[in-house]
Design a protein around this ligand. Structure first.
Ligand code: ASP
Length: 307
């Protein structure tokens, strides 16, 4: 089963002559599959869930995608799923699906850095590799496949705007490699248990009713004014992307502590690309081990369950 959501993998050239002159999400997922050699013993079914540039991804589309993924995973003859996706927010969609569905079968997101109409597109190989992972014995959880590397949803992050392998799993490293169509496992497949009732709660959210959770950045010269303004606008939670081990500028921290005292949930992640925040006994703001964008998803789901 292959679900299409758009991205550069489905991108087609526009009038300009440069590599960046293309429109993401133009080529149908069925057409992307048609370009691959037939697979033995595998029936592929394509479904177009969306056609977006993933920079425009949002909770309504996540909700629709989660529903389709859950639908297909409920079919006993579906061994695994592949989802074509833009690279820009792939790590967020991966984490959302992992948190909401924690699938016991593989849900493999794949992508491309060059559009389908490029001289030498990388999408077809990534798609073939993703299909190999979706069919691999024992594979499970939400995974990302790009440039021959397989990443877990919790670890993967886009760390480069241009190169063909823009993803890193930081200290954890990739879960597996795909070499000439074969999957070489480097560490155990990610495991996770679904939070009872969460998928159902997600499926019930009305359009426009997703809790608003924002990220604020700690940086030299940061102050707390933004926090006050966001709180006044009725945000349901804040993530602070702290420096280093989640440290926060004293002025920003004061404003965040004030917001917490007024009942606003705040999580503290690190703006560092690698590693994770180590919690300490005296922490005044709770630490989150993943990146700020993934912490934001957790806080949004938490606010949803609480509403
Ligand atoms: N902007 C594109 C997207 O995320 C980039 C890509 O797919 O590489 O949809």
């Amino acid at each position: 089963m292959v679900l299409g959501t758009g991205g550069t993998i489905a991108g087609a050239a526009t009038a300009g002559a440069g590599h960046l002159d293309y429109r993401a999400g133009s080529v149908a997922v069925g057409q992307l599959l048609a370009g691959l050699p037939a697979l033995q013993d595998t029936t592929l079914v394509a479904e177009q869930v969306a056609q977006v540039d993933s920079k425009d991804m949002g909770p309504a589309l996540w909700q629709a995608l989660a529903a389709r993924v859950a639908h297909w995973l409920a079919q006993p003859d579906v061994r695994g799923l592949v989802v074509t996706h833009g690279t820009d927010t792939l790590e967020e969609t991966a984490w959302f699906l992992q948190r909401v569905l924690a699938p016991q079968r593989p849900v493999v997101l794949t992508c491309a850095m060059r559009p389908a109409t490029a001289l030498s597109p990388d999408g077809p190989q990534n798609l073939a590799d993703a299909l190999a992972v979706a069919a691999a014995d024992g594979a499970q959880g939400v995974l990302a496949v790009c440039a021959g590397r397989v990443h877990a949803a919790a670890d993967v992050a886009k760390v480069h705007p241009y190169r063909l392998d823009p993803f890193s799993s930081g200290d954890a490293g990739p879960v597996a490699l795909v070499e000439d169509g074969r999957v070489r496992l480097l560490r155990p497949w990610p495991v996770g248990a679904p939070t009872p009732g969460l998928a159902q709660r997600v499926s019930q959210v009305q359009a426009g009713a997703w809790p608003r959770v924002e990220i604020v950045l700690s940086h030299a010269g940061a102050d707390g004014r933004l926090v006050g303004e966001l709180a006044a606008q009725g945000v349901r939670g804040l993530v602070v992307a702290g420096t280093g081990n989640g440290s926060v500028h004293e002025a920003l921290e004061a404003a965040l502590l004030e917001a917490v005292a007024a009942g606003l949930p705040v999580l503290r992640a690190s703006r560092c690309l690698e590693g994770r925040v180590l919690p300490h006994g005296g922490d005044r703001l709770p630490a989150h081990p993943l990146s700020p964008v993934k912490a934001r998803i957790d806080l949004q789901l938490q606010a949803l369950v609480a509403s």
